[in-house]
Design a protein around this ligand. Structure first.
Ligand code: COA
Length: 416
């Protein structure tokens, strides 16, 4: 299949999660992504949390599919020479090293721009350039704390809580992918490359924008009516943690279903959409609430919203989460079962839509990975295995014009 990014060559100087998630997405859509890794060790995630002693860890395989691997010691002159040649022939260089690492290696933006003025250099850092924390190295949870997610997640009587969703890592990678594609379109118009940067703090904050909305509302009116603290609790001058409350204009909560005593995920998320009040009352067997002035408007319901949720839980007590959703969907009520990773892994629909796919790996055999969450009408990315360390070194060097003799010499110098 001729994928849209076919012909785009990307030097993938990324590691761990944020950068690899970005370049993997671009590889799915056709780019030739050459992962540059340190000889002997490679991306640290190859070894992290291994489930099979000598096979690349799932952490690596699930973030580096469809790529080629080139081992290169870019601190040695031979390695630098290869990288320079590669820069001359590529469209994009993506990196997520600690602050200043690329400059220390001798590949500042100015130098890369000199080598190839059409090159797009894309970076993930913890904080934006010019920020007072821009010298910090950052991992996922650090970013969630810096970007406002942790202070607004969890319950009001507990500590700030991080999400299991990789808001700092993969999310930043997705932002960077948008930046790269934009810069590529820009280059078509100007003929020039540019520097693209996304900070993990900013990418987290971008997903927390409704909490910034709430901060401003709180400062103006002193309360937030959709939070559990309203109307009985108290507010300070900062956005509180709202537990499982709906973040938009409709109240929602995680509700217990049949079996919750023993199954940690026997719950549904239930949303009370204002205009769906009538169907909700009918669905849960309380038609008398439809015209009761204590219940008929969102404002009237808010003071006893948790009593309403308790009544819904009574209705749910003899229904599994799946049975409950099957009833509620007929009434057009926005809801979902709380799905475990096990349920998702074996969900037939997720396999059918290729949102979860099985990939064959030469060492580990079959494993599951997350497929493209973006669906197209005219193309279907095919997910292939992640490369072994240095699997494509000789191939890439030969494509760059190195002779077999020169390649052997580089192996001897341990530059590759
Ligand atoms: N050959 C030779 N040297 C190489 C190399 C190669 N192929 N690839 C990397 N290196 C060197 C770098 O030049 C750098 O050396 P230096 O520090 O002497 O200049 C070093 O390896 C990598 O440093 P760094 O990226 O800082 O690694 P780390 O393990 O100390 O820190 C992070 C890891 C993720 C904390 C850090 O990279 C970071 O903050 N990145 C930006 C934010 C980010 O993406 N974080 C999320 C990751 S999911």
């Amino acid at each position: 299949m001729n994928l849209p990014l076919t012909g785009i060559k990307i030097i993938d100087f990324t590691h761990v999660q944020a950068g690899p998630a970005c370049t993997q997405l671009l590889a799915w859509f056709g780019a030739d992504v050459i992962k540059v890794e340190r000889p002997g060790s490679g991306d640290v995630t190859r070894n992290q949390l291994r489930d099979i002693p000598d096979a690349d860890a799932l952490y690596f395989t699930m973030l580096n599919s469809n790529k080629r691997s080139l081992t290169l010691d870019t601190k040695k002159p031979e390695g630098k020479e290869v990288l320079e040649r590669l820069i001359g022939e590529s469209d994009v260089l993506v990196e997520n090293f600690g602050p200043g690492a690329l400059d220390r290696m001798g590949f500042s933006w100015e130098r890369i721009n000199e080598l190839n003025p059409k090159m797009i250099v894309a970076s993930v850092k913890g904080f934006s350039e010019g920020h007072h924390y821009s010298d910090l190295k950052v991992y996922e949870n650090v970013a969630q704390c810096a970007g406002g997610a942790a202070s607004t997640t969890g319950f009001w009587d507990g500590p700030p809580t991080v999400s299991a969703a990789a808001l700092g890592d993969s999310n930043t990678g997705m932002h960077l992918a948008i930046g790269i594609l934009t810069a590529l379109i820009g280059r078509d118009k100007t003929g020039k490359g540019q520097k693209v940067a996304v900070s993990m703090q900013d990418a987290v904050l971008n997903l927390c924008r409704v909490k910034m909305r709430d901060q401003q509302r709180l400062e103006r009116v002193g309360y937030l009516e959709e939070y559990p603290q309203y109307p009985h609790g108290t507010f300070t001058d900062v956005v509180p943690r709202g537990g499982n409350a709906g973040g938009g204009g409709q109240p929602g909560w995680v509700l217990k279903c049949k079996g919750w005593e023993t199954d940690p995920n026997a719950y549904i998320y239930f949303t009370i959409q204002g205009h769906a009040w009538e169907p909700i009352c009918r669905a849960i067997g309380h038609p008398e609430w439809i015209n009761d002035p204590d219940y008929s408007t969102a404002e009237a319901r808010q003071p006893h919203i948790f009593d309403i949720f308790a009544k819904i839980e009574e209705w749910l007590a003899d229904k599994t989460k799946y049975e409950a959703v099957d009833i509620l969907r007929k009434f057009d009520i926005p809801c979902s079962p709380v799905l475990s990773m096990k349920e998702l892994a074996y969900d037939e629909s997720m396999r059918k839509t290729e949102s979860i796919v099985e990939v064959d790996h030469p060492v580990r055999g079959k494993y599951l990975t997350v497929g493209s969450p973006i669906k197209f009408s005219d193309m279907k990315p095919e997910i292939t295995a992640s490369p072994l360390l240095g699997e494509h070194t000789d191939e890439v060097l030969a494509q760059l014009g190195y002779t077999a003799q020169q390649i052997a010499k580089m192996h001897e110098a341990n530059a590759v």
